[in-house]
Ligand binder design. Structure first.
Ligand SMILES: [Zn+2]
Ligand SMILES: [Zn+2]
Length: 460
C-alpha cells in the first residue's frame, strides 16, 4: 500500500490533510456517488469515472476541494444492514476489476462529468459550462426513459414562487377573473357579478350547474390561481455519463467499455501505469544537457573565475540524482568534463526521444548589474513555456532572482525533436551572483526549484 498512488484529501472533521491510496478512495466514492443496487458493469463504469476525476484533480484535491464529503465504508453498516457484506464485496469487485483504468483524451485524464438522468439526451459542454469540451458532446439516450428520476414534480404556492424568485404576480382584486387559455375561458357574468356561463376545459357550464357539481355557496364567484407546479425531465446537468442510462445499458448486456464509449465522445479507456507517491515521475524520460565541457569552458566569472562548464555540470549531476529518486529515467549529454559537439547532443536526444530535453547554461552580459535565472523556449512550444513557468514560480519561492521566460532560437532547439527548455542559471558577469554559485546551498536551491517545477509539470 505504501507504494501506491495516494490522493490528498482535506478532511473537514479532522481539519487536516489526509492521504488515501487511490483505489481505496475510488471505493469510498463509489458507495457515495451511485446506487449500490446497480449492475456490476454500471458500477465499474462509475469506478473508472471516479478514478479519472481523482487523477485529474489530484493537484487540487487538497484544501480547496470540498466536492466530496467522504465517509468510510464502515459507516454504511447502519444503512445497508444485512446487505453490507454483499455490497462491500460488490464495490471491491468493481474497483479491483478496473484497477488503474482511466478515461483519457489526448493522453490526459478527462473531466469525467456524470449525472443521474439525462432525460433523453446528454448535453454539449458549451451549453452548461460555457466552454467547448471535445469529449462532452450531446448523445441521444433513450436508456433512461421511465427511470425513477425521469419526471420530477415540484409544486409551489404563489407566495413561495414570489419569495424564491423575488418576483411579483399582479395584485388580485375583488373582481379578478382568472382565464387560462384552454383551461378556464369565457367567463360571463351578469351585472351583479354572478357567473352566467363559464367554459372549463372543453365544456361550457352554467353558473348554477357549478354550484351543484362543485358544492359552491353561490354563483357570485371569482377564480384565483394559488400554485404552480414545475415538472422537469431528467435530473442533473446532463453532461457526460447518464447513470440511469448506463444502468439500462448494463441490464441489456453492455459492459463498462461500451457504456463509457457511448457517453464520452472520442476518448480512450486504458490502464495507466500510475506513478506512486514515492515515485511521482515513474518512467518519465528526461535528457539533461549540461552546456560546454572540455576546452570549451563557456563563460568565466568576473570575480573569482568560476567556469560555466563546471557549474552546469555540478547542477546537472545533482538534478539527475534527485529526479531519479522520484522515478524518472535521466540521461545526461555529458557526465564529466568533456567536450561534446552540439550535433552529438542533438543526435543523442533524438535517439532517446525523451519526454523533455533540458539544457543548462550560465549567462554573461556587458552590464554587470544584470542578474537572475532566465528560461528560453523554442517558438510556439507551449509545453516548454509551461514547464519553464512552473520552474520560475518555484525558484522565486526559494529566493532565486528570476528574469522570466522568452523565446530563443538556439541551434540545439532547432535540432531536437521534442519539447526543450534552456535554463540560464545566472550571470557570471555579475560578481555578486558569481559568488553565490560557490555556495552549495544556492546550487541546492536551484536544484530544488527546478525539481519542483518538473514535478508540477508531470503531475496528473
Ligand atoms: Zn439518459
Ligand atoms: Zn553556455
Amino acid at each position: 500500500m505504501k507504494n501506491s498512488f495516494h490522493i490528498k484529501y482535506f478532511d473537514k472533521e479532522k481539519n487536516k490533510e489526509i492521504y488515501l491510496p487511490l483505489e481505496k478512495m475510488v471505493g469510498i466514492l463509489l458507495a457515495l456517488e451511485i446506487d449500490i443496487n446497480f449492475q456490476i458493469e454500471t458500477l465499474k463504469a462509475q469506478a473508472i469515472v471516479l478514478r479519472t476525476n481523482l487523477l485529474k484533480d489530484s493537484r487540487s484535491l487538497g484544501k480547496d476541494n470540498r466536492r466530496y464529503k467522504i465517509k468510510p465504508l464502515e459507516a454504511y453498516k447502519e444503512i445497508w444492514r444485512n446487505k453490507y457484506d454483499e455490497n462491500i464485496e460488490k464495490i471491491n469487485r468493481a474497483v479491483k476489476e478496473t484497477e488503474g483504468i482511466i478515461i483519457t483524451f489526448n493522453d490526459k485524464p478527462i473531466d469525467a462529468k456524470y449525472h443521474l438522468v439525462c432525460g433523453g439526451s446528454t448535453e454539449n459542454a458549451e451549453n452548461v459550462i460555457d466552454n467547448q469540451v471535445d469529449y462532452l458532446r450531446r448523445v441521444l439516450c433513450n436508456h433512461c426513459i421511465g427511470s425513477p428520476y425521469w419526471n420530477n414534480e415540484k409544486a409551489f404556492n404563489i407566495e413561495e414562487v414570489e419569495a424564491l424568485l423575488k418576483a411579483r404576480f399582479p395584485d388580485i382584486g375583488e373582481n379578478y377573473n382568472c382565464e387560462i387559455s384552454g383551461f378556464i375561458e369565457n367567463v360571463e357574468k351578469d351585472e351583479h357579478g354572478r357567473v352566467k356561463f363559464i367554459k372549463i376545459g372543453n365544456k361550457t357550464f352554467l353558473g348554477k350547474e357549478l354550484i351543484e357539481l362543485l358544492d359552491l355557496d353561490s354563483t357570485r364567484f371569482n377564480i384565483y390561481p394559488t400554485g404552480v407546479k414545475f415538472v422537469s425531465i431528467g435530473k442533473g446537468h446532463g453532461l457526460g455519463l447518464c447513470q440511469w442510462g448506463a444502468e439500462k445499458m448494463a441490464q441489456e448486456g453492455s459492459n463498462f467499455m461500451d457504456i463509457l464509449n457511448y457517453y464520452y465522445t472520442g476518448v480512450h479507456i486504458r490502464k495507466v501505469n500510475l506513478p506512486c507517491i514515492k515515485k511521482p515521475l515513474l518512467d518519465k524520460i528526461i535528457v539533461i544537457d549540461p552546456g560546454h565541457g572540455g576546452e570549451d569552458f563557456g563563460y568565466r566569472g568576473v570575480n573569482i573565475g568560476l567556469l560555466e562548464k563546471d557549474i552546469v555540470l555540478e547542477l546537472s549531476l545533482k538534478l539527475k540524482k534527485r529526479l531519479e529518486e522520484l522515478g524518472a529515467i535521466i540521461y545526461l549529454t555529458r557526465d564529466r568534463d568533456q567536450k561534446i559537439l552540439s550535433d552529438e547532443r542533438i543526435d543523442k536526444a533524438n535517439q532517446i526521444r525523451p519526454d523533455f530535453f533540458i539544457s543548462i547554461h550560465m549567462d554573461y552580459y556587458p552590464n554587470s548589474d544584470m542578474k537572475g535565472c532566465e528560461m528560453f523556449h523554442f517558438r510556439e512550444d507551449v509545453e516548454s513555456k509551461k514547464l519553464g513557468s512552473y520552474i520560475l514560480e518555484n525558484l522565486k519561492n526559494k529566493q532565486v532572482p528570476v528574469r522570466g521566460i522568452k523565446e530563443g532560437n538556439f541551434y540545439i532547439f532547432r535540432g531536437v525533436n521534442v519539447s526543450s527548455l534552456l535554463i540560464e542559471l545566472g550571470y557570471l558577469s555579475n560578481s555578486e551572483e558569481e559568488i553565490k554559485f560557490k555556495d552549495e546551498k544556492y546550487i541546492n536551491n536551484l536544484v530544488n526549484g527546478i525539481e519542483e517545477g518538473i514535478l508540477k509539470y508531470f503531475r496528473y
